[in-house]
Design a protein around this ligand. Structure first.
Ligand SMILES: [Mg+2]
Ligand SMILES: [Zn+2]
Length: 221
């Protein structure tokens, strides 16, 4: 068994990349977003163009990241997974460095993160940011920086927790899918089975029930 959790809107209460762009990117980031919404560029192209528009020193970005709140049940969910020897990875189409900063602030800096990689260059004119996408997958229609359907592969029982568009491509291949918001709507429209949840406390309770009740057990390893 292996648990995978989306980050933005799932672990973090907000979309951290969007919040960073709103505060620190040149306003053209919204035009890039519109081009993606219109289908003119891929999600991956969108993210890398937007990240290149960030104009702020790293310490200012970090100070903002230090205000980001996470799901109130996530920490104890991580503890519960550890007690039950269930590996947990964070799978995000966001930015590795931002995610690590937020998780570290909540005592969770040890978690494995699969995300886009932020490269920082300190130029005379200031910081320059560039995004690398080592987990992209050209064969997937999602065309994300991190293609979750090609990353969520290990573990014979895959549990996935998500909330949004970056989770669409992986949703049919989870053995147990927890979904809320846009992801829940998508799954309903596409007849993909899921368990609705509000916080990680709900996820934990549902998983605990399935582990102890053979009648509703998740397929054994
Ligand atoms: Mg999300
Ligand atoms: Zn995919």
């Amino acid at each position: 068994m292996q648990t995978y959790c989306d980050f933005d809107g799932t672990i973090a209460k907000i979309d951290v990349t969007d919040a960073v762009l709103e505060r620190f990117a040149a306003p053209e980031w919204r035009d890039v977003e519109a081009a993606w919404e219109a289908g003119d560029i891929t999600a991956r192209q969108c993210m890398s163009a937007q990240i290149a528009l960030i104009q702020a020193p790293l310490d200012e970005i970090d100070s903002f990241l230090d205000t980001v709140e996470i799901d109130p049940g996530f920490r104890s969910f991580v503890g519960w997974c550890a007690e039950n020897a269930i590996p947990l990875s964070v799978v995000s189409d966001g930015v590795d460095r931002f995610i690590h900063r937020v998780l570290s602030n909540h005592g969770l800096g040890h978690l494995k993160i699969i995300a886009n990689r932020l490269c920082i260059e300190e130029a005379p004119a200031g910081f320059q940011y560039r995004l690398e996408a080592p987990f992209s997958q050209s064969a997937c229609l999602a065309q994300s920086g991190v293609c979750k359907c090609s990353v969520v592969t290990s573990g014979t029982t895959r549990i996935y927790v998500g909330d949004g568009r970056s989770d669409y491509c992986v949703s049919p291949q989870a053995d147990l899918l927890f979904a809320k918001h846009k992801l829940a709507t998508y799954c309903t429209l596409n007849a993909i089975p899921f368990v609705p949840y509000t916080t990680f406390s709900d996820v934990r309770a549902e998983m605990a029930a399935r582990l102890t009740d053979p009648g509703v057990a998740i397929a054994a390893e």
